[in-house]
Design a protein around this ligand. Sequence first.
Ligand code: 5GP
Length: 179
Amino acid sequence: MDTLGTVLVTEEQIAEAVTRMGAEISADYEGKELLLVGILKGAFLTMADLARAIQVPVEFDFMAVSSYGDATKSSGVVRILKDLDQEISDRHVVIVEDIVDTGLTLHYLLENLRVRQPASLEIAALLVKEGIQQIPIDVKYRGFDIPPDFVVGYGLDYAGLFRNLPYVTVLDESDLPEI
Ligand code: 5GP
């Protein structure tokens, strides 16, 4: 596969970060069981790799959300397309996200999940965009702080494409296919 645009985070760097995040989570939840909640679709690769780097027993669940807005900007109005399959009351929950941009999506999700009274609720995100969070979100487990460019790869798409890139790259206009 040809490399696209400027690679921001390489495959090796992602693997290192995910291993580190998995070790942090394993230490913090020692002796406990964990429910990982992956946010579809973007977090599917982070979820798969992070789960395998965690040593404590984990269960999986997924939510799918869409935020209204144009292709590259979040509006903050979030619609739940798929809710959790299971109850989370008294469970230790870690939300797994691909990227935090404005923070609006996670703010909404935190509010939505908190009322279900989990024993604990934390966030793991591979990428956090620096400087543009409209709502400060406490991302306890984070891979990389990145500049506020639009990125694709490792789960992140543009118009449904590029999720399968094994690295994270800035999307240049010249990379866009004719769609
Ligand atoms: P937020 O609500 O924090 O602004 O945005 C969260 C969601 O917007 C992410 O889960 C992701 O789906 C999408 N998003 C934000 N920034 C980017 C980006 O740079 N690239 C891609 N592909 N999606 C992004």
